[in-house]
Design a protein around this ligand. Structure first.
Ligand code: FES
Length: 515
Protein backbone atom coordinates (compact mmCIF):
# COMPACT_ATOMS: atom_id res chain seq x y z
CA UNK A 1 0.00 0.00 0.00
CA UNK A 2 1.17 3.52 -0.72
CA UNK A 3 1.72 5.31 2.59
CA UNK A 4 -0.71 8.15 3.25
CA UNK A 5 -0.27 11.86 2.96
CA UNK A 6 2.09 12.71 5.80
CA UNK A 7 5.25 11.19 4.34
CA UNK A 8 4.34 12.58 0.93
CA UNK A 9 4.76 16.06 2.30
CA UNK A 10 7.91 15.22 4.18
CA UNK A 11 10.47 15.72 1.44
CA UNK A 12 9.44 19.32 1.16
CA UNK A 13 9.21 19.81 4.88
CA UNK A 14 12.49 18.13 5.79
CA UNK A 15 14.37 19.43 2.77
CA UNK A 16 13.40 22.90 1.59
CA UNK A 17 12.06 24.27 4.83
CA UNK A 18 14.52 22.78 7.29
CA UNK A 19 16.59 25.89 7.89
CA UNK A 20 13.57 28.09 8.29
CA UNK A 21 12.09 25.64 10.78
CA UNK A 22 15.33 25.44 12.75
CA UNK A 23 15.30 29.19 12.98
CA UNK A 24 11.82 29.19 14.44
CA UNK A 25 12.87 26.57 16.98
CA UNK A 26 15.73 28.75 18.11
CA UNK A 27 13.22 31.50 18.93
CA UNK A 28 11.52 29.17 21.38
CA UNK A 29 8.28 28.70 19.48
CA UNK A 30 6.06 25.97 20.86
CA UNK A 31 3.93 23.62 18.80
CA UNK A 32 0.39 22.88 19.91
CA UNK A 33 -1.36 19.67 18.98
CA UNK A 34 -3.82 17.18 20.36
CA UNK A 35 -2.18 14.05 21.71
CA UNK A 36 -4.44 11.18 22.70
CA UNK A 37 -7.34 13.59 23.15
CA UNK A 38 -5.50 16.23 25.18
CA UNK A 39 -4.08 19.56 24.04
CA UNK A 40 -0.28 19.47 24.37
CA UNK A 41 2.56 21.81 23.60
CA UNK A 42 6.00 20.74 22.47
CA UNK A 43 9.07 22.92 22.77
CA UNK A 44 11.23 20.62 20.61
CA UNK A 45 12.83 22.05 17.49
CA UNK A 46 10.25 22.01 14.69
CA UNK A 47 12.18 19.43 12.64
CA UNK A 48 12.36 16.96 15.53
CA UNK A 49 10.84 13.66 14.53
CA UNK A 50 7.37 13.13 15.98
CA UNK A 51 8.55 9.68 17.16
CA UNK A 52 11.33 11.29 19.23
CA UNK A 53 8.95 13.88 20.69
CA UNK A 54 6.46 11.18 21.68
CA UNK A 55 9.11 9.02 23.33
CA UNK A 56 11.51 11.58 24.80
CA UNK A 57 9.28 14.54 25.62
CA UNK A 58 6.03 12.81 26.51
CA UNK A 59 7.36 9.42 27.65
CA UNK A 60 5.06 7.54 25.26
CA UNK A 61 7.46 4.69 24.54
CA UNK A 62 4.70 2.48 23.17
CA UNK A 63 5.62 3.98 19.80
CA UNK A 64 8.68 1.92 18.85
CA UNK A 65 11.68 2.75 16.69
CA UNK A 66 13.13 0.27 14.24
CA UNK A 67 14.72 2.09 11.33
CA UNK A 68 13.93 5.83 11.56
CA UNK A 69 13.54 5.76 7.79
CA UNK A 70 9.88 4.88 7.28
CA UNK A 71 10.64 1.31 6.24
CA UNK A 72 9.66 -0.90 9.18
CA UNK A 73 6.49 0.82 10.38
CA UNK A 74 7.13 0.17 14.11
CA UNK A 75 6.47 3.84 14.84
CA UNK A 76 3.08 3.89 13.11
CA UNK A 77 0.65 6.26 14.83
CA UNK A 78 -2.60 7.84 13.80
CA UNK A 79 -2.62 11.48 12.63
CA UNK A 80 -6.11 12.77 12.03
CA UNK A 81 -7.25 9.13 11.84
CA UNK A 82 -4.70 8.34 9.13
CA UNK A 83 -1.80 5.96 9.78
CA UNK A 84 1.66 7.48 9.43
CA UNK A 85 5.25 6.68 10.35
CA UNK A 86 6.02 9.05 13.21
CA UNK A 87 9.75 8.89 12.40
CA UNK A 88 9.08 10.67 9.11
CA UNK A 89 6.92 13.44 10.50
CA UNK A 90 8.57 16.61 11.84
CA UNK A 91 6.75 17.80 14.93
CA UNK A 92 5.94 21.12 13.23
CA UNK A 93 3.79 19.21 10.79
CA UNK A 94 1.30 18.11 13.45
CA UNK A 95 0.62 21.64 14.71
CA UNK A 96 -3.13 21.87 15.38
CA UNK A 97 -3.50 18.23 14.27
CA UNK A 98 -4.67 15.24 16.28
CA UNK A 99 -2.25 12.42 17.08
CA UNK A 100 -3.22 9.10 18.62
CA UNK A 101 -0.71 6.52 19.90
CA UNK A 102 -1.00 2.96 21.15
CA UNK A 103 -1.38 4.24 24.72
CA UNK A 104 -4.86 5.59 23.88
CA UNK A 105 -6.08 2.70 21.75
CA UNK A 106 -7.96 0.96 24.54
CA UNK A 107 -10.06 4.09 25.15
CA UNK A 108 -11.73 3.43 21.83
CA UNK A 109 -14.15 0.45 22.13
CA UNK A 110 -13.10 -0.75 18.69
CA UNK A 111 -9.44 -0.44 19.68
CA UNK A 112 -10.09 -2.51 22.80
CA UNK A 113 -11.74 -5.23 20.77
CA UNK A 114 -8.86 -5.16 18.35
CA UNK A 115 -6.35 -5.68 21.17
CA UNK A 116 -8.43 -8.55 22.50
CA UNK A 117 -8.58 -10.12 19.05
CA UNK A 118 -4.77 -9.93 18.78
CA UNK A 119 -4.47 -11.63 22.15
CA UNK A 120 -6.98 -14.33 21.27
CA UNK A 121 -5.37 -15.10 17.94
CA UNK A 122 -1.77 -15.11 19.18
CA UNK A 123 -1.05 -12.15 16.93
CA UNK A 124 1.62 -10.69 19.19
CA UNK A 125 4.83 -12.59 19.68
CA UNK A 126 7.99 -10.61 20.44
CA UNK A 127 5.66 -7.60 20.39
CA UNK A 128 7.95 -4.97 18.93
CA UNK A 129 5.73 -4.56 15.86
CA UNK A 130 2.46 -4.88 17.75
CA UNK A 131 1.81 -1.18 18.47
CA UNK A 132 2.45 -0.30 14.83
CA UNK A 133 0.28 -3.18 13.61
CA UNK A 134 -2.58 -2.16 15.87
CA UNK A 135 -2.40 1.47 14.77
CA UNK A 136 -2.41 0.44 11.12
CA UNK A 137 -5.34 -1.91 11.77
CA UNK A 138 -7.43 0.69 13.59
CA UNK A 139 -6.91 3.06 10.68
CA UNK A 140 -8.48 0.45 8.42
CA UNK A 141 -11.33 -0.59 10.72
CA UNK A 142 -12.38 2.99 11.42
CA UNK A 143 -12.94 3.47 7.71
CA UNK A 144 -14.10 0.02 6.74
CA UNK A 145 -15.92 -2.08 9.33
CA UNK A 146 -15.92 -5.21 7.18
CA UNK A 147 -12.67 -5.37 5.25
CA UNK A 148 -11.78 -8.32 3.09
CA UNK A 149 -8.41 -10.05 3.43
CA UNK A 150 -6.86 -8.11 0.55
CA UNK A 151 -7.83 -4.84 2.22
CA UNK A 152 -6.32 -5.99 5.52
CA UNK A 153 -3.07 -6.93 3.79
CA UNK A 154 -3.05 -3.58 2.04
CA UNK A 155 -3.58 -1.68 5.28
CA UNK A 156 -0.78 -3.56 7.05
CA UNK A 157 1.68 -3.29 4.19
CA UNK A 158 3.67 -0.51 5.84
CA UNK A 159 4.42 -2.47 9.02
CA UNK A 160 6.88 -5.36 9.11
CA UNK A 161 6.65 -8.37 11.40
CA UNK A 162 9.45 -10.95 11.67
CA UNK A 163 7.80 -13.37 14.11
CA UNK A 164 4.20 -14.17 13.30
CA UNK A 165 4.23 -14.78 9.57
CA UNK A 166 1.35 -12.24 9.45
CA UNK A 167 -1.39 -14.94 9.34
CA UNK A 168 -2.47 -14.54 12.95
CA UNK A 169 -2.50 -10.77 12.67
CA UNK A 170 -4.67 -10.92 9.57
CA UNK A 171 -6.99 -13.46 11.19
CA UNK A 172 -7.32 -11.27 14.28
CA UNK A 173 -8.38 -8.27 12.20
CA UNK A 174 -10.72 -10.30 10.01
CA UNK A 175 -12.37 -11.72 13.13
CA UNK A 176 -13.68 -8.21 13.82
CA UNK A 177 -15.10 -7.64 10.41
CA UNK A 178 -18.27 -9.56 11.29
CA UNK A 179 -19.06 -6.75 13.78
CA UNK A 180 -19.76 -9.39 16.41
CA UNK A 181 -19.33 -8.30 20.00
CA UNK A 182 -16.57 -10.81 20.68
CA UNK A 183 -13.80 -11.78 18.30
CA UNK A 184 -14.44 -14.99 16.41
CA UNK A 185 -11.87 -17.72 16.70
CA UNK A 186 -10.28 -19.28 13.66
CA UNK A 187 -11.87 -22.59 12.76
CA UNK A 188 -10.49 -25.73 14.38
CA UNK A 189 -8.61 -23.82 17.06
CA UNK A 190 -9.34 -24.19 20.73
CA UNK A 191 -10.49 -21.28 22.83
CA UNK A 192 -7.87 -19.55 24.99
CA UNK A 193 -10.15 -20.31 27.93
CA UNK A 194 -10.29 -23.94 27.06
CA UNK A 195 -7.20 -24.89 29.01
CA UNK A 196 -5.94 -28.17 30.30
CA UNK A 197 -5.37 -30.26 27.21
CA UNK A 198 -2.75 -30.55 24.54
CA UNK A 199 -3.29 -28.18 21.64
CA UNK A 200 -5.41 -25.70 23.61
CA UNK A 201 -4.61 -22.15 22.57
CA UNK A 202 -3.52 -19.94 25.42
CA UNK A 203 -3.18 -16.20 25.74
CA UNK A 204 0.44 -15.12 26.08
CA UNK A 205 1.39 -14.26 29.64
CA UNK A 206 3.01 -11.03 28.52
CA UNK A 207 0.54 -10.35 25.72
CA UNK A 208 -1.40 -7.61 27.47
CA UNK A 209 1.69 -5.46 28.06
CA UNK A 210 2.69 -5.79 24.41
CA UNK A 211 -0.79 -4.85 23.19
CA UNK A 212 -1.03 -1.72 25.29
CA UNK A 213 2.49 -0.41 24.68
CA UNK A 214 3.64 -0.70 28.28
CA UNK A 215 6.09 -3.58 27.69
CA UNK A 216 9.66 -2.38 28.35
CA UNK A 217 12.01 -2.96 25.47
CA UNK A 218 15.67 -2.07 25.81
CA UNK A 219 15.47 1.43 24.30
CA UNK A 220 12.49 2.33 26.50
CA UNK A 221 14.51 2.87 29.68
CA UNK A 222 16.71 5.91 30.29
CA UNK A 223 18.48 6.04 33.67
CA UNK A 224 18.75 9.39 35.38
CA UNK A 225 21.92 11.35 34.65
CA UNK A 226 23.16 8.83 32.14
CA UNK A 227 25.86 9.42 29.58
CA UNK A 228 25.20 8.50 25.98
CA UNK A 229 27.61 6.48 23.86
CA UNK A 230 28.44 6.87 20.19
CA UNK A 231 30.63 4.25 18.50
CA UNK A 232 33.22 5.34 15.94
CA UNK A 233 33.46 2.58 13.31
CA UNK A 234 36.00 1.62 10.70
CA UNK A 235 35.17 2.55 7.09
CA UNK A 236 37.64 -0.15 5.95
CA UNK A 237 37.51 -3.94 5.84
CA UNK A 238 41.12 -4.20 6.93
CA UNK A 239 43.45 -1.47 8.20
CA UNK A 240 45.95 -0.63 10.87
CA UNK A 241 45.05 2.48 12.77
CA UNK A 242 46.39 4.99 15.27
CA UNK A 243 44.46 7.37 17.49
CA UNK A 244 45.95 10.84 17.55
CA UNK A 245 45.86 12.74 20.83
CA UNK A 246 42.25 11.83 21.38
CA UNK A 247 42.31 12.98 25.03
CA UNK A 248 43.29 16.52 24.03
CA UNK A 249 40.79 16.37 21.18
CA UNK A 250 37.97 15.23 23.52
CA UNK A 251 38.71 18.04 25.98
CA UNK A 252 38.15 20.54 23.21
CA UNK A 253 34.75 19.14 22.20
CA UNK A 254 31.67 20.59 23.85
CA UNK A 255 29.33 17.86 24.99
CA UNK A 256 31.93 15.07 24.84
CA UNK A 257 33.07 13.86 28.24
CA UNK A 258 35.68 11.42 27.04
CA UNK A 259 36.65 8.57 24.75
CA UNK A 260 36.68 4.85 25.40
CA UNK A 261 39.38 2.73 23.75
CA UNK A 262 40.41 -0.92 23.79
CA UNK A 263 42.73 -0.43 26.78
CA UNK A 264 39.70 0.43 28.91
CA UNK A 265 38.62 -3.22 28.78
CA UNK A 266 40.82 -5.42 30.99
CA UNK A 267 40.42 -8.56 28.82
CA UNK A 268 39.30 -7.36 25.41
CA UNK A 269 38.10 -10.66 23.92
CA UNK A 270 34.81 -12.52 23.85
CA UNK A 271 32.99 -15.27 21.97
CA UNK A 272 29.91 -17.45 22.15
CA UNK A 273 32.16 -20.38 23.12
CA UNK A 274 34.79 -19.61 25.79
CA UNK A 275 37.52 -21.64 24.05
CA UNK A 276 37.16 -19.47 20.95
CA UNK A 277 37.44 -16.04 22.56
CA UNK A 278 38.99 -13.95 19.80
CA UNK A 279 36.57 -11.10 19.20
CA UNK A 280 37.61 -7.70 20.60
CA UNK A 281 34.83 -5.38 21.76
CA UNK A 282 37.02 -2.51 20.54
CA UNK A 283 39.73 -2.90 17.91
CA UNK A 284 43.23 -2.37 19.30
CA UNK A 285 45.51 -1.35 16.44
CA UNK A 286 43.95 -3.25 13.55
CA UNK A 287 40.42 -3.39 12.18
CA UNK A 288 39.29 -6.64 10.55
CA UNK A 289 35.87 -5.81 9.19
CA UNK A 290 34.04 -2.82 7.82
CA UNK A 291 32.13 -1.30 10.71
CA UNK A 292 34.37 -2.62 13.50
CA UNK A 293 34.38 -0.36 16.57
CA UNK A 294 37.61 1.60 17.07
CA UNK A 295 36.53 3.98 19.84
CA UNK A 296 33.46 5.13 21.74
CA UNK A 297 32.60 8.75 22.37
CA UNK A 298 30.89 9.35 25.70
CA UNK A 299 28.82 12.42 26.45
CA UNK A 300 25.69 14.31 25.61
CA UNK A 301 23.21 12.46 23.41
CA UNK A 302 22.24 15.47 21.30
CA UNK A 303 25.87 16.31 20.53
CA UNK A 304 26.78 12.72 19.75
CA UNK A 305 23.79 12.23 17.48
CA UNK A 306 25.10 14.76 14.98
CA UNK A 307 28.75 13.69 15.26
CA UNK A 308 30.47 12.47 12.08
CA UNK A 309 33.03 9.64 12.26
CA UNK A 310 35.32 11.56 9.86
CA UNK A 311 35.79 14.21 12.54
CA UNK A 312 37.33 11.77 15.02
CA UNK A 313 41.17 11.87 15.15
CA UNK A 314 41.97 8.40 13.85
CA UNK A 315 44.45 7.64 11.05
CA UNK A 316 43.99 4.45 9.03
CA UNK A 317 46.58 2.62 6.98
CA UNK A 318 44.53 0.45 4.65
CA UNK A 319 45.70 -3.16 4.20
CA UNK A 320 44.62 -5.86 1.72
CA UNK A 321 41.36 -7.42 2.89
CA UNK A 322 40.59 -11.13 2.96
CA UNK A 323 36.89 -11.37 2.20
CA UNK A 324 36.25 -14.92 0.95
CA UNK A 325 37.25 -18.36 2.30
CA UNK A 326 39.13 -19.19 -0.93
CA UNK A 327 41.28 -16.09 -0.42
CA UNK A 328 41.81 -16.89 3.23
CA UNK A 329 42.88 -20.49 2.51
CA UNK A 330 45.25 -19.60 -0.36
CA UNK A 331 49.00 -19.95 0.23
CA UNK A 332 50.51 -16.75 1.58
CA UNK A 333 47.12 -15.24 2.49
CA UNK A 334 47.25 -12.42 5.08
CA UNK A 335 46.54 -13.80 8.54
CA UNK A 336 43.28 -12.38 9.88
CA UNK A 337 43.82 -13.36 13.54
CA UNK A 338 47.28 -14.35 14.78
CA UNK A 339 45.61 -16.90 17.02
CA UNK A 340 44.46 -18.83 13.92
CA UNK A 341 47.53 -18.78 11.65
CA UNK A 342 45.88 -20.81 8.86
CA UNK A 343 42.78 -18.60 8.95
CA UNK A 344 40.68 -21.58 10.10
CA UNK A 345 38.69 -21.25 13.31
CA UNK A 346 37.74 -24.92 13.55
CA UNK A 347 37.54 -28.07 11.46
CA UNK A 348 35.15 -30.99 11.70
CA UNK A 349 35.00 -34.39 10.03
CA UNK A 350 32.45 -37.17 10.26
CA UNK A 351 33.25 -40.45 8.48
CA UNK A 352 31.28 -43.68 8.35
CA UNK A 353 32.26 -46.43 5.97
CA UNK A 354 31.25 -50.09 5.73
CA UNK A 355 34.93 -50.93 5.26
CA UNK A 356 37.78 -48.53 6.16
CA UNK A 357 39.05 -46.27 3.36
CA UNK A 358 36.51 -47.40 0.79
CA UNK A 359 34.46 -44.24 0.18
CA UNK A 360 36.26 -43.20 -3.01
CA UNK A 361 36.06 -46.72 -4.37
CA UNK A 362 32.31 -47.00 -3.64
CA UNK A 363 31.73 -43.73 -5.48
CA UNK A 364 33.81 -44.90 -8.46
CA UNK A 365 31.97 -48.23 -8.63
CA UNK A 366 28.49 -46.75 -8.28
CA UNK A 367 26.01 -46.66 -11.13
CA UNK A 368 25.19 -42.97 -10.86
CA UNK A 369 26.75 -40.04 -8.99
CA UNK A 370 25.19 -36.60 -8.85
CA UNK A 371 27.31 -33.66 -7.68
CA UNK A 372 26.34 -30.14 -6.80
CA UNK A 373 27.73 -27.00 -5.23
CA UNK A 374 25.61 -24.46 -3.41
CA UNK A 375 26.69 -21.10 -2.02
CA UNK A 376 24.72 -19.17 0.57
CA UNK A 377 25.25 -15.49 1.41
CA UNK A 378 25.47 -13.64 4.70
CA UNK A 379 21.99 -13.56 6.18
CA UNK A 380 21.01 -10.70 8.45
CA UNK A 381 18.71 -11.80 11.26
CA UNK A 382 16.67 -8.65 10.69
CA UNK A 383 15.10 -8.49 14.11
CA UNK A 384 13.13 -5.27 14.11
CA UNK A 385 14.48 -3.95 17.42
CA UNK A 386 18.06 -2.68 17.12
CA UNK A 387 20.38 -3.44 20.04
CA UNK A 388 19.95 -1.14 23.03
CA UNK A 389 20.49 -0.94 26.74
CA UNK A 390 22.18 0.72 29.68
CA UNK A 391 24.71 -0.17 32.38
CA UNK A 392 25.51 1.01 35.87
CA UNK A 393 28.78 0.43 37.74
CA UNK A 394 28.98 0.41 41.51
CA UNK A 395 32.66 0.94 42.31
CA UNK A 396 32.04 -0.05 45.94
CA UNK A 397 31.57 -3.61 44.75
CA UNK A 398 28.99 -5.94 46.16
CA UNK A 399 26.78 -4.17 48.65
CA UNK A 400 23.51 -4.74 50.43
CA UNK A 401 20.70 -2.39 49.42
CA UNK A 402 18.21 -0.93 51.89
CA UNK A 403 15.80 -3.71 50.99
CA UNK A 404 18.46 -6.26 51.87
CA UNK A 405 19.14 -7.27 48.29
CA UNK A 406 22.76 -8.01 47.38
CA UNK A 407 23.71 -5.48 44.69
CA UNK A 408 26.35 -6.60 42.23
CA UNK A 409 29.16 -4.40 40.97
CA UNK A 410 27.74 -3.98 37.48
CA UNK A 411 24.19 -4.15 36.15
CA UNK A 412 23.27 -4.28 32.49
CA UNK A 413 19.74 -3.80 31.17
CA UNK A 414 19.76 -4.94 27.55
CA UNK A 415 17.96 -6.93 24.89
CA UNK A 416 19.64 -10.31 24.95
CA UNK A 417 18.79 -13.92 24.22
CA UNK A 418 21.46 -15.23 26.58
CA UNK A 419 21.62 -13.42 29.95
CA UNK A 420 23.79 -16.07 31.62
CA UNK A 421 26.28 -16.17 28.78
CA UNK A 422 26.39 -12.36 28.83
CA UNK A 423 27.06 -12.43 32.55
CA UNK A 424 29.93 -14.91 32.24
CA UNK A 425 31.55 -13.14 29.29
CA UNK A 426 31.33 -9.72 30.95
CA UNK A 427 32.74 -11.12 34.18
CA UNK A 428 35.65 -12.52 32.19
CA UNK A 429 36.25 -9.29 30.28
CA UNK A 430 36.18 -7.09 33.38
CA UNK A 431 37.88 -9.56 35.72
CA UNK A 432 34.87 -9.88 38.00
CA UNK A 433 33.16 -12.83 39.58
CA UNK A 434 29.95 -13.82 37.78
CA UNK A 435 27.93 -12.92 40.87
CA UNK A 436 29.24 -9.35 40.59
CA UNK A 437 27.47 -8.99 37.24
CA UNK A 438 23.71 -8.68 36.98
CA UNK A 439 22.06 -8.94 33.59
CA UNK A 440 18.51 -7.60 33.47
CA UNK A 441 17.02 -8.75 30.18
CA UNK A 442 14.52 -6.41 28.61
CA UNK A 443 11.75 -7.65 26.36
CA UNK A 444 13.50 -8.72 23.16
CA UNK A 445 12.11 -7.32 19.91
CA UNK A 446 13.19 -10.33 17.90
CA UNK A 447 16.54 -12.09 18.02
CA UNK A 448 16.46 -15.25 15.89
CA UNK A 449 19.92 -16.16 17.20
CA UNK A 450 21.35 -12.74 16.38
CA UNK A 451 21.19 -11.56 19.99
CA UNK A 452 23.21 -14.47 21.37
CA UNK A 453 26.46 -12.59 20.88
CA UNK A 454 27.48 -9.60 22.94
CA UNK A 455 27.18 -6.29 21.11
CA UNK A 456 26.55 -3.16 23.17
CA UNK A 457 27.14 -4.78 26.57
CA UNK A 458 30.97 -4.56 26.93
CA UNK A 459 30.96 -0.97 25.66
CA UNK A 460 28.30 0.04 28.16
CA UNK A 461 30.11 -1.59 31.05
CA UNK A 462 33.53 -0.19 30.10
CA UNK A 463 32.11 3.33 29.86
CA UNK A 464 30.17 3.07 33.14
CA UNK A 465 33.35 1.80 34.82
CA UNK A 466 35.54 4.55 33.38
CA UNK A 467 33.20 7.52 33.82
CA UNK A 468 31.38 6.50 37.01
CA UNK A 469 27.89 7.17 35.66
CA UNK A 470 25.12 5.13 34.06
CA UNK A 471 25.71 4.77 30.34
CA UNK A 472 23.23 4.16 27.54
CA UNK A 473 23.61 3.04 23.95
CA UNK A 474 20.97 2.53 21.27
CA UNK A 475 22.04 1.31 17.87
CA UNK A 476 20.42 2.64 14.72
CA UNK A 477 19.33 0.24 12.00
CA UNK A 478 22.42 0.73 9.86
CA UNK A 479 24.77 0.31 12.79
CA UNK A 480 22.95 -2.81 13.92
CA UNK A 481 23.20 -4.42 10.50
CA UNK A 482 26.78 -3.30 9.95
CA UNK A 483 28.33 -4.37 13.21
CA UNK A 484 26.57 -7.48 14.50
CA UNK A 485 27.09 -11.12 13.57
CA UNK A 486 25.23 -12.81 10.73
CA UNK A 487 24.36 -16.30 9.59
CA UNK A 488 27.62 -17.51 8.06
CA UNK A 489 27.94 -17.51 4.29
CA UNK A 490 28.88 -20.96 3.06
CA UNK A 491 30.04 -22.96 0.10
CA UNK A 492 28.65 -26.50 0.21
CA UNK A 493 29.61 -29.32 -2.12
CA UNK A 494 27.94 -32.73 -2.05
CA UNK A 495 27.72 -35.88 -4.12
CA UNK A 496 25.24 -38.74 -3.88
CA UNK A 497 25.97 -42.14 -5.43
CA UNK A 498 23.47 -44.93 -6.17
CA UNK A 499 23.76 -48.53 -7.28
CA UNK A 500 22.04 -49.96 -10.37
CA UNK A 501 18.64 -50.24 -8.68
CA UNK A 502 18.72 -46.70 -7.35
CA UNK A 503 19.71 -47.33 -3.73
CA UNK A 504 21.92 -44.66 -2.15
CA UNK A 505 25.31 -46.20 -1.41
CA UNK A 506 27.48 -43.13 -0.74
CA UNK A 507 27.14 -39.52 0.33
CA UNK A 508 30.08 -37.15 0.39
CA UNK A 509 29.74 -33.60 1.69
CA UNK A 510 32.12 -30.79 2.42
CA UNK A 511 31.44 -27.20 3.39
CA UNK A 512 33.38 -24.04 4.16
CA UNK A 513 31.70 -21.50 6.39
CA UNK A 514 32.90 -17.91 6.50
CA UNK A 515 33.08 -16.61 10.04
FE1 FES B 1 6.03 -8.88 14.97
FE2 FES B 1 7.96 -9.84 16.60
S1 FES B 1 5.74 -9.99 16.81
S2 FES B 1 8.17 -8.56 14.89
Amino acid sequence: MRRPHVSDMLDTQMGMDTQALEGEGALGQVIRFHLNGQLKTSSSAPVTRLSDVLRNEFGLTGTKLGCSAGDCGLCTVSINEQQACACLVPIAQVEHQSVMTIEALAKDPLGKRLQQAFLTHGATQCGICTPGMLMAAIDLLQKNAQPCEAQVLDALAGVLCRCTGYRKIVEAILSLSSLSASPALPKSKASPDDLGHAGARQAKLDGQAKLTGVERFAADEVPKDCLALRVVRSPHSHAHFALNDFVVWANQQAGIKGVLIAKDIPFNRFAIFPEMRDQPALAETEVRFLGEAVAVLVGDEEVLRSFRDEDFPVRYQVRPAVLEPEQALAAGAPIVQSRWPDNVLCRGRVLREAQPNTLDQVIRDGALTLRGTITTPYIEHAYLEPEAGYATWNSAGLSVSVSGVIEPMVSVFACTQTPYMDRDELANMFKLKPEQVRIIPSAVGGGFGGKLDLSIQPLLVAAARKFGKPTRLVYGRRESMLSTTKRHPSKLTASITTDEVGRFIAFDFSGDFNT
